[in-house]
Design a protein around this ligand. Structure first.
Ligand code: OAD
Length: 232
């Protein structure tokens, strides 16, 4: 197996102590997504949105990558063509040593000018959104919100990887948010097999070729050992 895509969601970071979105205790059961994760919410109440993401940034910084993140980082060094597409914004794949991460929904540690869209370096420990050093517009977290488009280069890389792979492994995602969730569909249409690592049922479960009903930190070291056994 040479061309493999791993497509991760919040479930892979659950064992690092970060909440998922749609499980019973998930963030979107406790908070209203339209008050926090849309451009309209930020324009209406920038300080509330900014502070909520500041808290998510703090939690992500305090969390540690787990055995699932580490197994994938190790696999990247052993497979000729492993593409990792993550919906997570927590940066834990990179902190586990993964070199090339396609961040579909951006990164909570990055900041962008809301007016111009470009990434900016600012002091982000503030209570209100800082101002863009270039244009003075409000700075926002570097994540993709509902109703926003995925950056074109990111979309192109992720779709190309899905089209070219022989196997796509979906890990810890409910596969409800598009266009990300469409990656498995694209891979399947191009002849790939689909595997899923998830203790629960998802929109993909019924149609996958290989279903591993287990937690990511437990299953991924075994999956990695099967895909690329360590050389003696
Ligand atoms: P969800 O919260 O929708 O789904 C999390 C999935 O992880 C569920 O299917 C759980 O069964 C599974 N899960 C829980 N614990 C697990 C574990 N230890 N190991 C493996 N799987 C586990 O999260 P996502 O699918 O990532 O978008 O959500 C997609 C997007 O919706 C996010 O990127 C975010 C959110 O709104 C934006 O913010 C744009």
């Amino acid at each position: 197996m040479e061309h493999v895509v791993v497509f991760t969601g919040a479930g892979i970071s659950a064992e690092s102590g970060l909440g998922t979105f749609r499980d019973a205790e998930g963030l979107w059961h406790r908070y209203n997504v339209y008050d926090l994760a849309t451009p309209e919410a930020f324009e209406r109440d920038p300080a509330t949105v900014w502070q909520w993401y500041r808290e998510r940034r703090r939690r992500a910084a305090e969390a540690e990558p787990n055995a699932g993140h580490r197994a994938l980082a190790e696999l990247e060094t052993r497979l000729p063509d492993l593409r990792l597409v993550t919906q997570n914004v927590d940066g834990l794949h990179q902190r586990a040593g993964h070199r090339d991460v396609i961040e579909f929904h951006g990164n909570v540690h990055a900041n962008r000018c809301h007016r111009e869209g470009r990434l900016v370096e600012v002091d982000d420990a503030t209570d209100a959104p800082p101002r863009c050093p270039r244009c003075g517009g409000p700075v926002r977290p570097g994540v993709v919100w509902f109703g926003e488009v995925i950056p074109r280069a990111v979309l192109a890389r992720a779709f190309a990887a899905a089209e070219a792979c022989e196997l796509l492994i979906a890990v810890g995602t409910s596969a409800q948010v598009y266009p990300a969730a469409g990656l498995a569909e694209i891979a399947r249409r191009h002849g790939a097999r689909i595997a899923e690592v998830n203790p629960g049922d998802t929109d993909l479960s019924a149609a996958v070729d290989i279903r591993i009903q287990a937690r990511a930190a437990e299953a991924l070291p075994q999956v990695a050992a099967r895909l690329a056994p360590e050389q003696p």
